[in-house]
Each structure stands twice: as C-alpha cells, then as structure tokens.
Design a protein around this ligand. Structure first.
Ligand code: NAP
Length: 251
C-alpha cells in the first residue's frame, strides 16, 4: 500500500484554499490547512477529520520566514514530510496606479511572491528527498492585466515565471510545478471587490457570468478539481504550465 502523502495548502481557512484542502483530503492526502488565523485553519481541518480525512490547522503568515520554517517543520513532524504544496494564500489591495500606495504594492508582493518563495524553499527538500513532489501556484486571469490591479497583476504574472523556473530546476527530482490561473470565482475576495466598488454582490456575479463563455461564475470546487489533477501521480508529465480555469479561453 502507498504510504499517505502530506499536502500543504496555504490560505486554506476559506475560499479556494479551503475547497482545495477538502478535495486533497478526499484524494487521500493528509492535509495541513495553513492560514494566518490558526483557529480558522483548525476549524477547516476539523471538518476534514469529521469527514474521515486526516488534517491539522496551522497558523502561519507565509510572508514571514521564521513562521514558515516553524510551520513546515511542524507539518513534517505531525503529518509527515510535505510533498505537495499549493501556494494559494492571497490578498488584494486594489487601486488605480496614481492612488496606489507603497504599502498596497509591498503587501501584495509579500503575500503572493515572497510567500510562495518562502513556502517552496521550505518544502522542496522534502520533495527532492522523496523523489516526488507537486507544487501548484495560484496565478490569475489578472496576470494579463486588470484595471486597478497593477500590484496584483504583476504578482500573478510573476508567479507564472516562478512556476516555470521551479519546473526547470526541480523536474529531475520527480517534482512538477504548475500554475492555475482562475477567472472569476465566487469567494470572499470577489465579494470584497464588489463592496469596494459599491455594487451588490448578486449584481456583480450576474455581470461576471454574462461575460463568461460558459455562462456562470466559477466556484472554489472548480479550481480544487484542477489542482487535484495536477497533484495526482498521473500528472507527472505536466510541468511548467499555466492552466487558465476561467470558463472560457485565455492565453
Ligand atoms: P480569500 O477567500 O480571500 O482567501 C484567501 C486566504 O488567504 C484567506 O483565508 C486569508 O486569510 C489568507 N491569507 C492572506 N494573507 C495570508 C498570509 N500572509 N499568510 C497566510 N494566509 C494568508 O481568497 P480566494 O478568492 O479563495 O483566493 C485564493 C487564491 O486564488 C488567491 O491567491 C487569489 O489571488 C487567487 N485567485 C482568486 C480569484 C477569485 O476570483 N476569487 C481569481 C483568481 C485568483 P485572512 O482571511 O486572515 O486574510
């Protein structure tokens, strides 16, 4: 019997991360639910355990090197060496460029880019040692440019280059790296955008659905299903790719 493998999902206390943690647990992984708030992470982990899975909640700020090192060490100790990493933690600090502050810029770069770097660096030794690893980074359709998101689109485009480089460096150790770039997904993040621009969320969702070829907005489970495939054994020849999961074509 194959031993249970351990997966880490960051930003997994809600939204896409929580759906991914649940999905990977169903796929048979022991899952570490990482998020800023340990209690919120543990609440998701408890629902996974209640459904028969194996999970722990761990409080980690992915932009903090010491917290990352301690959190990954704890996961390795309590669940086993993490060989699957989903860099999902994210924030938005939207503003048109003339109003964008340095803090808006730095905080977005720190969570998305520095966070993915620190988490990957901390996990890769476990993967190379196991001669197996799966890294999935959350990019976005905004990587192609989006009004009010100079910081976020730069970070999400940066994650695509990061992903391709990981694929080149780590491939010979049995480690793949891919990026999933969601379109509009119904989560607290998109609800916050609707609130910021003063549009009722239902109206915002209906508009987004009307602009999407499949005629609906995405759900966190749509993204989790794609990540599940990329983390599977059979996806071992898919690496360095950016997969848009957006209900229609994007390059
Ligand atoms: P969400 O509902 O806002 O969830 C993001 C999670 O990340 C939150 O639980 C948040 O914690 C956590 N987080 C933020 N900063 C963190 C840090 N420094 N360390 C650890 N955890 C942190 O977002 P989502 O919509 O599920 O998005 C998940 C990912 O998909 C993000 O990378 C996002 O950019 C990307 N994405 C989303 C969409 C979409 O339409 N929703 C589209 C494209 C890409 P707090 O709650 O404590 O802040």
């Amino acid at each position: 019997m194959t031993p249970v493998r351990t997966a880490i999902v960051t930003g997994a206390a809600r939204g896409i991360g929580a759906a991914t943690a649940r999905r990977l647990a169903k796929d048979g992984y022991a899952v570490a639910v990482l998020d800023l708030d340990e209690a919120a992470s543990e609440a998701v982990a408890a629902t996974i355990r209640a459904a028969g899975g194996s999970a722990i909640g761990v409080g980690v700020d992915v932009a903090d090197a010491e917290q990352v090192a301690a959190g990954v060490a704890r996961v390795a100790d309590e669940l086993g060496p993490p060989v699957v990493l989903v860099n999902n933690a994210g924030i938005i600090r939207d503003n048109l460029i003339f109003r964008m502050t340095e803090a808006d810029w730095d905080s977005v770069m720190n969570v998305h880019l520095r966070g993915a770097f620190l988490m990957t660096r901390a996990c890769q030794a476990h993967m190379t040692e196991a001669s197996f690893g799966r890294i999935v980074n959350l990019s976005s359709s905004s990587a192609q440019g989006n009004r009010g998101q100079a910081n976020y689109s730069a970070a999400k485009a940066g994650l695509q280059g990061f992903t391709k480089t990981l694929a080149i460096e780590l491939g010979r150790f049995g480690v793949t790296a891919n990026a999933v770039a969601p379109g509009f997904i119904q989560t607290d993040m998109t609800a916050a955008t609707a609130e910021r621009i003063g549009v009722p969320f239902e109206e915002f969702l209906a508009h987004a659905a009307s602009q999407t070829p499949v005629g609906r907005v995405g759900q966190p489970e749509d993204i989790a299903a794609t990540i599940s495939f990329l983390c599977s054994e059979e996806a071992g020849f898919v690496s360095g790719q950016v997969i848009y999961v957006a209900g229609g074509p994007l390059d």
